[in-house]
Ligand binder design. Structure first.
Ligand code: AMP
Ligand code: GLY
Length: 426
C-alpha cells in the first residue's frame, strides 16, 4: 500500500525508517520530510496543515494510510477533515480527532479530564482575563514553587516554573493580559509543583483497547547536569531503569486504564498515540501532561526497540484491531543523543555542511533538521540537527556508542550534551 507520513523531524525519520521496512509498504511519501527521510521514501512539498492539498495528494497517489507525526494538524482537526469527506473517509489515519487532540491542545481540558476520571495529577485552577484577580490571589495562597501553563499549543514554550510568588504574579498577568504566548495564554492553568523524576510512557489506542509501548526518559534542558533553558529534547533513553514492573503496573492501573476508559466515556474514539508525561514521586506516578502524538527524541529510542511490523500496528490502530496484534519489544537498551546548532533553543545559524554521517556504522543517524542541497551536500536546517541512536545490551554500552559517534560527526556550530543518561551510566 502507499503511505503518507506528515512531519519533518527526527521522529518522522524514525517512523519513515520503520514503515519503509514493512512488507506492506509499496511507496512511502513524507511531507515535507528531511534529508534523512529521502533514504526511505519520497519527500513531498505539502504543508502539514493544508488539509485540502493533503487530501488531494492522497487521492492522486492512492494513499491507504496516513500517519500524522506532529500535534498541530491533529489539534486543527485533520482526522475530522478526512472523516467528513466521502472520498477520504476510507483512508486509514493514525491520530485522534480534534476533541481527542484536546488532551494536548488544551491544558485546562486535560486537567478537567484527569480530575473527572480520578487520574493522579497536580492540584490546579484555571484563569482567564475574567478572573485574573482571583488567579493572583490563588498564587498568594500556594505553598512553594508555582507552575504556570499556557492553555493552548505554544511550541513547547508555554510552561513557566517560578520560585517566588511576585514573579509568578507578574508572569501570570503577562500571559493573560499581554498574551505573552499569543492566544495560547489567554487561558492559564496554575498548578502545584511536583517533585520527582520524570519519564514518559507511550500508549497506542484504537478507540477500544490499547497497547503499551516502551517507556523512555527525555533530557529537556540544554546544559549538562540538566541546567539552562528547556529544549524540545537533547537526548533520550529506553527503557527507563526505575520504571520497573511494579511501577509500570501502577501506571497502567492508575493512569492508562482510566485514561482509555475516560476517553470512551466522553464519546471520543481515540485512534492514535497517547504520550503520557509522568512524574515518579517516591514510586507513585502522577501525570504532568498528555500529548496526542509520539515524542521527539523519544521516538528515536522507542521505535528502534519495536520489532513488530509498524505498518501493521498503524493499520490496526486506525481500524480498531489492536487486540489482534502483539507488540514485540527488543530487550536491548536504546539511547539517542541530539546534535544541535550552537545557540539553540535561542537564535542559531542554519545551512552548515554536515560531514561524517556515512562513516557511522554502529549507530542509526536520524535526521532532525537537515536539508539536501544541490550538489548532494547535507546541511543543517534547524536547531535540532541529528539524533544518534544506539542499541546495546545495557544503557551504559549504548551511551558509549552514541557519544563516540556524536563526536565523530562534524558541522561548524555543533553542540551536544555529553551526559545524556548520566543517572544510569555508573
Ligand atoms: P509540559 O509542557 O507540560 O511538558 O511541561 C514542560 C516541563 O515542565 C515538563 O516536562 C516538566 O519538566 C515541567 N513541569 C510541568 N508541570 C510540572 C509540575 N506540575 N511540576 C513539576 N514540573 C513540571
Ligand atoms: N520530547 C518532548 C516532546 O516531544 O514533547
Amino acid at each position: 500500500m502507499n503511505i503518507l507520513l506528515l512531519g519533518s523531524g527526527g521522529r518522522e525519520h524514525a517512523f519513515a525508517r520503520a514503515m519503509a521496512a514493512s512488507k506492506h509498504c509499496t511507496q512511502l511519501f513524507i511531507a515535507p520530510g528531511n534529508a534523512g527521510t529521502l533514504a526511505h521514501g519520497k519527500n513531498v512539498a505539502l504543508a502539514i496543515n493544508d488539509f485540502e492539498a493533503i487530501g488531494q495528494f492522497c487521492l492522486a497517489e492512492n494513499i491507504a494510510l496516513v500517519v500524522v507525526g506532529p500535534e498541530e494538524p491533529l489539534v486543527k482537526g485533520i482526522r475530522n477533515y478526512f472523516e467528513q469527506s466521502n472520498e477520504l473517509k476510507h483512508i486509514a489515519l493514525v491520530g485522534p480527532d480534534q476533541t481527542g487532540a484536546q488532551m494536548e491542545g488544551s491544558k485546562d481540558w486535560s486537567k478537567q479530564f484527569m480530575q473527572k476520571y480520578k487520574i493522579p495529577t497536580a492540584a490546579y485552577a484555571t484563569f482567564t482575563a475574567h478572573n485574573l484577580a482571583e488567579g493572583l490571589a490563588y498564587i498568594d495562597q500556594m505553598q512553594g514553587t508555582v507552575v504556570l501553563k499556557a492553555d493552548g499549543l505554544a511550541a513547547g514554550k508555554g510552561v513557566l516554573i517560578i520560585d517566588d510568588k511576585e514573579t509568578a504574579k507578574t508572569e501570570l498577568s503577562a500571559m493573560i493580559s499581554e498574551l505573552k504566548f499569543g492566544s495560547a495564554s489567554s487561558k492559564v492553568v496554575i498548578e502545584e509543583f511536583l517533585e520527582g523524576i520524570e519519564l514518559s510512557v507511550f500508549v497506542l489506542s484504537d478507540g477500544n483497547g490499547y497497547k503499551l509501548l516502551p517507556s523512555a526518559k527525555d533530557y529537556k534542558r540544554i546544559g549538562e547536569g540538566d541546567t539552562g533553558l528547556n529544549t524540545g529534547g537533547m537526548g533520550a533513553v529506553s527503557p527507563v531503569p526505575f520504571a520497573d514492573e511494579s511501577f509500570l503496573a501502577k501506571v497502567e492501573s492508575q493512569i492508562v486504564v482510566p485514561t482509555i476508559e475516560g476517553l470512551k466515556a466522553e464519546g471520543i474514539v481515540y485512534k492514535g498515540f497517547i504520550f503520557i508525561g509522568l512524574m515518579n514521586i517516591k514510586g507513585n506516578p502522577m501525570v504532568i501532561e498528555y500529548n496526542c502524538r509520539m515524542g521527539d527524541p523519544e521516538t528515536e529510542v522507542v521505535l528502534p526497540r519495536i520489532q513488530s511490523d509498524l505498518v501493521e500496528l498503524m493499520l490496526a490502530t486506525a481500524q480498531g484491531n489492536l487486540h489482534e496484534m502483539e507488540v514485540l519489544i527488543d530487550p536491548r537498551a536504546a539511547t539517542t543523543i541530539m546534535l544541535v546548532s550552537e545557540g539553540y533553543p535561542g537564535d542559531y545559524e542554519k545551512g552548515k555542511e554536515i560531514r561524517g554521517i556515512d562513516s557511522i556504522t554502529d549507530s542509526i543517524v536520524f535526521h532532525a533538521g537537515t536539508k539536501l542541497e544541490a550538489q548532494g551536500k547535507i546541511v543543517s536546517n534547524g536547531g535540532r540537527v541529528l539524533a544518534i541512536t544506539s542499541l546495546a545490551n545495557n544503557l551504559a554500552e549504548a551511551l558509549a556508542v552514541s557519544n563516540k559517534n556524536a563526536a565523530k560527526i562534524e558541522f561548524s556550530n555543533k553542540y551536544f550534551r555529553r551526559d545524556i543518561g548520566y543517572e544510569f551510566n555508573a
